[in-house]
Design a protein around this ligand. Structure first.
Ligand code: ADP
Ligand code: MG
Length: 274
């Protein structure tokens, strides 16, 4: 049996109901029965939006990124760890896996630094925007993840980490996942979202781009790649540049795409290779 590592980033927008999550868990079980070691990283955008709404916290957005006050961060952390993560752990265990819930804080696996956001003022001059507790990955220590994998556990990690002074940060789930994929040198980095892949003419699904090389990316940034696809493609790029053989965007609302892509080599999603 092969022991190839797969890092799966499970997007909040593909977690629309419990049976969908349970189907994903069954697919992960099938992959691990084929000898793959799976690490799951997740976000939870829609759950965060709901929690902040019910706490009556208004958010300011800059270039699509939420300014995260300390009050908002508390709700985000509670939602990602105490709601989305623990729910996934339960569902994965139910499917027959031995899932372990983590954030970047556990085992000091991931540390963060504050993200310095550069934007443009009304006149087009560059300005720095303080986004509060929005971070980016500083360091990754894979020892706890590898320990869990070698013991037959399935790590399920959410995108929260502390900086060296102990301040907590929310990190974009794709960015977080890509850095872990790179540090673990996984065989494949898989992003499950709510569309079939990268479309050249969004939202026309027939315009899906099946294969991308690193050298193709520059022509797509700022044009084809918009919104939630920006951190996704960036994270694929970072992982592949760091030595991951391929990164693929699949549709997580069609869970069997996982098995069909990895075990049956079907042509699905958008695949980035060096
Ligand atoms: P996730 O929860 O998986 O991170 P996001 O909403 O952040 O999901 O990112 C996926 C979204 O990116 C799609 O639903 C789509 O609205 C958007 N998107 C922007 N540009 C494109 C494109 N060229 N092709 C496909 N999706 C795109
Ligand atoms: Mg996203």
């Amino acid at each position: 049996m092969q022991t190839k590592k797969l890092l799966i980033k499970y997007g909040g927008n593909a977690m629309t109901n419990q049976s969908l999550k349970s189907e994903i868990a069954k697919q992960v079980l099938a992959l691990s029965e084929e000898g793959y070691q799976v690490i799951l990283v997740h976000g939870g955008g829609p759950f965060i939006n709901k929690a902040l709404r019910s706490a009556d916290i208004q958010s300011e957005f800059f270039d699509g990124q939420r300014k995260t006050t300390s009050e908002a961060f508390l709700h985000i952390e509670k939602t990602l760890i105490g709601e989305v993560n623990t729910d996934l752990v339960g569902i994965f265990n139910q499917a027959g896996l031995k899932a372990v819930g983590l954030s970047g804080k556990d085992g000091n696996s991931v540390t963060a630094v504050k993200y310095d956001h550069e934007s443009k003022d009304g006149k087009g001059n560059p300005i720095h925007v303080d986004l509060g507790q929005v971070g980016r990955v500083d360091t990754v220590d894979t020892s706890l993840l590898n320990l869990l994998l070698s013991g037959g556990f399935t790590p399920i990690m959410t995108c929260i980490a502390n900086d060296k002074d102990g301040t907590g940060y929310n990190i974009n789930g794709d960015t977080f996942a890509g850095q872990i994929a790179a540090a673990l040198k996984v065989d494949q980095y898989i992003l499950l979202t709510d569309v079939d892949g990268l479309f050249s003419d969004y939202p026309d699904p027939k315009s899906i781009i099946r294969e991308l090389r690193l050298s193709d990316l520059s022509q797509h940034y700022g044009s084809t790649i918009q919104g939630g696809m920006i951190p996704k493609i960036k994270s694929c790029e970072e992982a592949v540049v760091a030595g991951v053989r391929k990164a693929v965007i699949l549709n997580g609302t069609q869970p069997d795409q996982l098995r069909r892509y990895i075990l049956e080599n079907e042509s699905l999603g958008t695949t980035l290779t060096p």
